[in-house]
Design a protein around this ligand. Structure first.
Ligand code: MV4
Length: 453
C-alpha cells in the first residue's frame, strides 16, 4: 500500500480524499495556492506545500510545481480528484515517468476517451449501444447532409474534442445545415484547437443516466449501478440521485453490463463513469466516459455502503476487486450547494461566510471544506458544499433533504439552497418525472424569495 499520497486538488474533494487516507493509515500531502492558505484541506493534511498563486493555471494546473511537491515530500502516489489535472493525459504520463502512481486512468485511456468520435468507434466495436450517425468525423457538410437525410432530422453536430456541451449544434433541416456546420467548426477550433466534427441523431428530451464502474489491474471490472444526473442547468449538474427513478431492475442490469463492456474495451483500471443518454422508450446510448472520480460519487457510496475513494486507492495499489456488481439497497440524493445567486441568473457570489450551520441527523451527509469565517475565493468553481441525504425510499430521501435544507444556514454569500428547497417541493420532481430539459422550464421567479431566511 502507498505510504503517502499527494492530493493535487482543493476544496471538498481534497478533504474527502484526505479523510479516506487517514482511515487507511496513509500519509497525506496537500498542495495549495496562495488563495487557499486557510483552507481545511491544508489544515487536515499531514503536510502542505504551496504550489503557486491563486490563478489555477499557475498552481493547481502547474505540473512542474506539483511534481516538485511530490518529490520533495516523497509521496508515492498522486490523487487528482476531479477537474484540474484529473483527465490530463500528459500529467498521467509524467507521473508514470517519475515513478509516482497516478490514482486515475493511464495516459492512453484518457486519450482514447477524450476524443469523442474515437471513443464512440471503440464502443461500437465493443458492442455498446451508440447513437446512429456518421462513422467518425465528417469531411464536409455535404457528407453530413447526406447522412442526416438517411437517418432523419433532427441531428446534432458535435466536436470530437468537446464534452460538456461546447461545440454542439442541433440541426432541424437541410437549410440550416451549412451554417450550423461552419459555426460548430469555428467554435470547436477556438475552444479546443481541434475542429473535428461528427454527427448523430438528436435524441429529444433524454435523461442523463450514468453507470459507475471500477476496474482492477487484472482485467476485472464491476459496476456499481446508476446515477440519474438529469437535473442540470447549462451542463452544470444541480441534483443527482441513485438509483434513477426511471430505471427498472432489468434496465439496470443491461446498462451495467454495457458499462462493463465499455470499460473493458479500453482495459480500464480504476474508478470511472460511463454516461448514457436514455430516451423515453428506455433505449440507452453511450455518450461519454469520464476517467475520474466524479463530484456526485457520494450518492453511489450511500446506496451501496462503499467508500469509492478507498477502492480507487486499493486498485491503484494493485489489490484485486471481487468482480461482483452492486445493486442499490437505499435511495440517495445530492444537492450541490453553490455560492451563486439563483434569483439572478446564478451569478457567482464569492466572499466571506459570516455564519455557517451544517445540517445533521439521520441520513444526512455534508461534504464541504467551508466554515464560518471562511472566504470563498473568486478564482475557482462555486461549489461550496454537497448535501447528500439517504433513506429507505426516494420519498423519504426527499423528505430528509427538505428537512436538511431547512436547517442549513450559510450567511454572507448567496447560495443555491433556496433553489433546492423549491426543487424538492416540485410535483414533477417528486414524481420522478424529469429529463435534461427540466430546468429549462423550472421558473424560480414565480416564487417570492422572502421565505428563505
Ligand atoms: C446529445 C443530446 C441529444 N442527442 N446527443 C450534452 C453534453 C454532451 N456531453 C452531450 N450532450 C448531449 N448530447 C444527442 N445525439 C443531448 C445532449 C444534452 C445533454 C446531455 C446530458 C445532460 C444534459 C444535456 C443538456 C443538453 C443537451
Amino acid at each position: 500500500m502507498f505510504k503517502k499520497i499527494l492530493i493535487a486538488n482543493r476544496g471538498e474533494i481534497a478533504l474527502r480524499i484526505i479523510r479516506t487516507c487517514k482511515e487507511m493509515g496513509i500519509g497525506t500531502v496537500a498542495v495549495y495556492s496562495t488563495a487557499d492558505r486557510d483552507s481545511l484541506h491544508v489544515r487536515f493534511a499531514d503536510e502542505a506545500v504551496c504550489i503557486g498563486p491563486a490563478v489555477s493555471k499557475d498552481s493547481y494546473l502547474n505540473i512542474p510545481n506539483i511534481i516538485a511537491a511530490a518529490e520533495l515530500t516523497n509521496a508515492d502516489a498522486i490523487h487528482p480528484g476531479y477537474g484540474f489535472l484529473s483527465e490530463n493525459s500528459r500529467f498521467s504520463a509524467i507521473c508514470a515517468d517519475y515513478g509516482i502512481k497516478f490514482i486515475g486512468a493511464t495516459a492512453e485511456q484518457i486519450e482514447k476517451m477524450g476524443d469523442k468520435a474515437h471513443a464512440k468507434e471503440t464502443m461500437k466495436n465493443a458492442g455498446v449501444p451508440i447513437i446512429p450517425g456518421s462513422d467518425g468525423l465528417l469531411n464536409d457538410f455535404t457528407e453530413g447532409i447526406k447522412i442526416a437525410q438517411e437517418i432523419g432530422y433532427p441531428v446534432i453536430l458535435k466536436a470530437t474534442a468537446g464534452g460538456g456541451g461546447r461545440g454542439m449544434r442541433i440541426v432541424w433541416n437541410d437549410g440550416e445545415f451549412e451554417n450550423a456546420w461552419h459555426s460548430a467548426r469555428q467554435e470547436a477550433g477556438t475552444a479546443f484547437g481541434n475542429d473535428g466534427i461528427y454527427l448523430e441523431k438528436y435524441i429529444e428530451d433524454p435523461r442523463h443516466i450514468e453507470i459507475q464502474i471500477i476496474g482492477d489491474q487484472y482485467g476485472t471490472v464491476c459496476h456499481l449501478s446508476e446515477r440519474d444526473c438529469s437535473i442540470q442547468r447549462r451542463h452544470q449538474k444541480l441534483v443527482e440521485e441513485a438509483p434513477s427513478p426511471f430505471i427498472t431492475p432489468e434496465l439496470r442490469r443491461k446498462m451495467g453490463e454495457a458499462g462493463i463492456l465499455a470499460a473493458k474495451a479500453v482495459n480500464y483500471e480504476g474508478a470511472g463513469t460511463v454516461e448514457f443518454l436514455v430516451d423515453k422508450h428506455r433505449n440507452f446510448y453511450f455518450m461519454e466516459m469520464n476517467t475520474r472520480i466524479q463530484v456526485e460519487h457520494p450518492v453511489t457510496e450511500e446506496v451501496i455502503s462503499f467508500d469509492l475513494i478507498k477502492e480507487q486507492i486499493k486498485v491503484a495499489a494493485g489489490i484485486p476487486i471481487s468482480g461482483k456488481n452492486y445493486e442499490p439497497k437505499l435511495h440517495a440524493i445530492e444537492c450541490r450547494i453553490n455560492a451563486e445567486d439563483p434569483f439572478h441568473n446564478f451569478r457567482p457570489s464569492p466572499g466571506t461566510i459570516t455564519n455557517f450551520h451544517s445540517p445533521g441527523g439521520h441520513g444526512v451527509r455534508v461534504d464541504t471544506h467551508v466554515y464560518a469565517g471562511y472566504t470563498i475565493p473568486p478564482h475557482y468553481d462555486s461549489m461550496i458544499a454537497k448535501l447528500i441525504c439517504v433513506a429507505q425510499t426516494r420519498e423519504e430521501a426527499i423528505n430528509t433533504m427538505e428537512r436538511a435544507l431547512s436547517e442549513f444556514v450559510i450567511e454572507g454569500v448567496k447560495t443555491t439552497i433556496p433553489l433546492h428547497r423549491r426543487l424538492m417541493k416540485d410535483p414533477n420532481f417528486r414524481a420522478g418525472n424529469f429529463t435534461t430539459k427540466f430546468m429549462e422550464t423550472f421558473d424560480l421567479s414565480e416564487y417570492p424569495d422572502e421565505d428563505d431566511e
